[in-house]
Design a protein around this ligand. Structure first.
Ligand code: SF4
Ligand code: SF4
Ligand code: SF4
Length: 314
């Protein structure tokens, strides 16, 4: 397409305006979103879990996921550390204590149920350029397959490596992860895994209440828990919270900072846009000057008399 003088003015102006708009968007986004006191969460007390895998089975049924090759009664699968995938939104892993000393209740293995943490300020949401992942006011992070373009940025961005992709689905592949049983919770129900657990490992409730409960448990059971609620502060806080008798890094949890990754990346973006703004505005102004010069030259030529033109050709 040939760019006319008029279009060139428009494009230059639009580029300068866009750079300013992006700068202000970056400045806005660099503040941490506040999480409602009413948002829900789950507190997982790993000291109660016996690794029965009922939660895995309930999740599989609730979401009509493909049945696993080995049945949910098969306990040998716990001997290998597993990850969530497109057919399993949650997995239970077994961790043996690192230092077995005198026989105490601590000599038993720790079973940990993993799933999406439903971060307060989710990296997957921030990375998704089309808004296919959203953080809901009730705490869940949900996925809209109709908006997804399959770029899989969410998979790269997630600090817990949760989102999985249906590589085997050639026609309509989707990103798959725990939904926090969004539809059930929206209607006042419990997540299927919390509902089924025979040991009441998973307590569902308002995140603010769950934090109080977790602190109460730590305070009133000296020596039972490490003095840390995983998810209270990690990556800006998560809706799923954990208690453990073992240091979290020894039972499958990544050691992460307290800053939400989107705050960091968006702050960098903001900085880049700030520095990028000046050259783009300058480019816009220069473009304008070039366009104006060309326009005046053209206008001058238009004003030349026919005699002058005739003379010119002689
Ligand atoms: S159902 Fe409860 S006890 Fe059984 S593995 Fe899941 S969290 Fe643990
Ligand atoms: S754990 Fe990963 S997939 Fe789940 S909300 Fe956080 S960033 Fe998103
Ligand atoms: S909250 Fe729902 S989707 Fe998530 S692990 Fe539990 S049962 Fe599965």
């Amino acid at each position: 397409m040939e760019i006319s003088r008029r279009n060139f003015f428009k494009i230059s102006g639009a580029m300068a305006a866009a750079s300013l708009a992006d700068t202000s968007k970056g400045a806005q986004a660099a503040t941490t979103p506040s999480i409602s006191e009413e948002a829900f969460g789950c507190l997982v007390d790993t000291t109660l879990c016996v690794g029965c895998r009922k939660c895995e089975q309930a999740c599989n049924t609730q979401h009509s996921l493909p049945k696993p090759v080995e049945s949910f009664e098969e306990m040998t699968v716990l001997e290998n550390e597993r990850r969530m995938d497109e057919t399993s939104y949650t997995v239970v892993n077994k961790y043996y204590p690192k230092n077995i000393g005198t026989l105490t209740w601590r000599t038993r293995p720790t079973f940990v149920k993993f799933q999406c943490m439903h971060c307060n300020d989710p990296s997957c949401v921030s990375a998704c350029i089309v808004g296919a992942l959203t953080k809901q006011p009730n705490g869940s992070v949900i996925y809209d397959a109709a908006k997804c373009i399959g770029c899989r940025y969410c998979m790269v961005a997630c600090p817990f490596q949760v989102p999985a992709y249906e590589y085997d689905n050639a026609l309509t592949p989707q990103v798959r992860k725990c939904t926090f049983c969004f539809e059930t919770v929206k209607d006042g129900g419990l997540p299927a895994c919390a509902q089924i657990c025979p040991r009441e490992v998973i307590t569902f409730g308002k995140r603010s209440d769950l934090l109080k409960l977790a602190r109460w448990k730590i305070k009133n059971n000296p020596g039972k828990y490490v003095d840390h609620i995983y998810g209270e502060h990690e990556v800006g806080g998560t809706s799923w919270l954990y208690l453990s008798s073992e240091p979290f890094e020894t039972v499958g949890f990544p050691k992460l900072g307290t800053q939400a990754p989107p705050r960091l990346t968006e702050a960098i973006q903001h900085g880049l846009f700030q520095y990028f703004a000046a050259p783009v505005i300058l480019y816009g102004v220069l473009g304008g000057i070039m366009g104006l010069t060309g326009y005046l030259k053209g206008a001058k030529e238009d004003l030349k008399s026919p005699t002058e033109e005739k003379g010119d050709t002689q």
